[in-house]
Ligand binder design. Sequence first.
Ligand SMILES: Nc1nc2c(ncn2[C@@H]2O[C@H](COP(=O)(O)OP(=O)(O)OP(=O)(O)O)[C@@H](O)[C@H]2O)c(=O)[nH]1
Ligand SMILES: [Mg+2]
Length: 592
Amino acid sequence: MNLDDYSKMKDEIIKLISRTERIVTNDHHRDLLESSCQKLFENRFNLVVMGQFKRGKTTFINALLGQDLLPTAIIPLTSIITIIKYGESLKIRIFFSDNKAKDIQLDELPLYITEKYNPKNEKGVHHAEIFYPSSYLQNGVQIVDTPGIASIHGHNTEVTYQYLPNADAAIFLISVDPPITQAEFDFLNDLKKDISKIFFILNKIDIANDQDWEESLKYTKKIIEKEVGLNDVTIFPLSARDALLGKMQNDQEKLNESGLLSFESTLEEFLMKEKGNVLLNTAINRTLTVISQETLFTQLKQRSLHTPLNELEEKRKALTDMFSKVNRDRIDNEYLLNGEVQTLIKQVLEVDLENLKREKTTWLINDMKELYKAHQKESNKEFARSLDDYLTSQIKDIFNQWRSHEDKVIRTHLEKILQRFTLRVNEITEHILTFSSELFNIPMDVLIAKESLSIETSFWFRLYEPLDTLSMTIDFITNMLPKGLAHKLIFKKICRRAEILVDQHCGRLRYDFINRIEKTVKDYKYALNQSVDIIIKNIDSLLQSAQDAKKKTAEEVSILEEEINEKIQELAKIRQDFENIQQVLLPIVLKG
Ligand SMILES: Nc1nc2c(ncn2[C@@H]2O[C@H](COP(=O)(O)OP(=O)(O)OP(=O)(O)O)[C@@H](O)[C@H]2O)c(=O)[nH]1
Ligand SMILES: [Mg+2]
């Protein structure tokens, strides 16, 4: 299956959802259908391109897009996360750390996203978004360019690390020259903890002859498998430069020889299987849920029109009793959820933070003992500066890396907790629907699809800004002391400072994580609870209107009945169409 087939399937499903939307009467159902369509339109998949500086990441993205869009250079260049997403026409927007945004022209782009024109990110750019009409980016795939790691610009590495939790899959670039380095192994070892799918690319094969790059390929594969502990690594050899030229000059031969096409087809297949499958299935299930609930409600309405008033009142009483029992179950369920969240905070987050604090403080102090020896010859001032610089840079690295790793840990736990909560809510929903249909002798052949929500990924995209650490100053008296004594005092002071900084950062991270966990749980709980409330309210109000209908004239009742019959028939028809389409579509999706 290719992207075209996928687009057709998606369009069919969107059409069916719109047809359903036209006939439903319940506002909540309409919202659900609308948001399903919206998700189908814009579901995001972050494909992040990473690697050491100058491996050709940016050139490679240009090659995928077939256009010389992003700035590339011989010197370390990209310094800002640049997200490329689908748009009808080219549009570039720069987002700043103070939440402001600004639209710019293509030729202004280097002024914001490169180390050369925006050194040390003096312009305070948070990230850049480029909207571009490319078939790659349709269906919600976003390609993300990241600053190269391990260049002399340490802050660039940091930016890339912070973006790791948002990656759904990574493309990791290495190149024929020079061979893979220790810095790349270290980075890969961190990457594999966070990202389940990594594509490897050996770039710049054009600068070596076939024999040389094939040798380089074998060597790189073997050493990645050994050093990073990955099995059966596939590496795609290619020349991003030639692929870009081939596409831009319409030179098919150059493009074929560049090696890009083989990578592109593997990538497409992966995107279809991983993303397409989940996405389409979710939309189909959502719509079927709405259809079955609407059908049930309409049938209930139909039955109650023919139920004598006293019987109707009895049934309503039975339903009210059931609702209050259900509400008690819901309170218990929330209680369980809150307990599990508190356990997550206490037994995972706080334990991890405690370990981090202990390990890193000891580690930092030991490291500084080494530094103490190495810098003995320096003047008091220089000595203080050396230790202080080292501490500041270590603190940044430690907390950025820990945070991006812990994000994944917490998210995995939280997803499991919310899944259990959802299962319990689904049982409650099913109970309400079965009880009501049995009460009115309505056959429950309607499928009751389960509610499932996903944690909003956007919520997790918040960069962690390390605390501004004011440099340590040494006082006049210490400065005047003889070296040996002064160094001892400075060392003591810096060790104390290390403890304080670690402690402050742990505190801040604790606060940050707890806030995010609680907000996620609150939003999730609200959304699920709302879906139960709406069912209860609906059943109750349709019984009320059936009671009111008893006062209507025979003619009014028969008009009402006709409307109801029409709606039931139309719902059945849509459902049939849906199932037909599902039968055609799903085997294709599943086959990938
Ligand atoms: N010969 C050859 N040169 C390439 C290829 N791909 C990229 N380059 C060159 O390598 C240099 C670096 O390319 P970029 O795309 O800027 O590399 P990058 O990985 O994005 O670099 P940073 O943003 O600094 O991390 C540029 O001079 C490119 O022209 C290739 O396939 N073959
Ligand atoms: Mg770049």
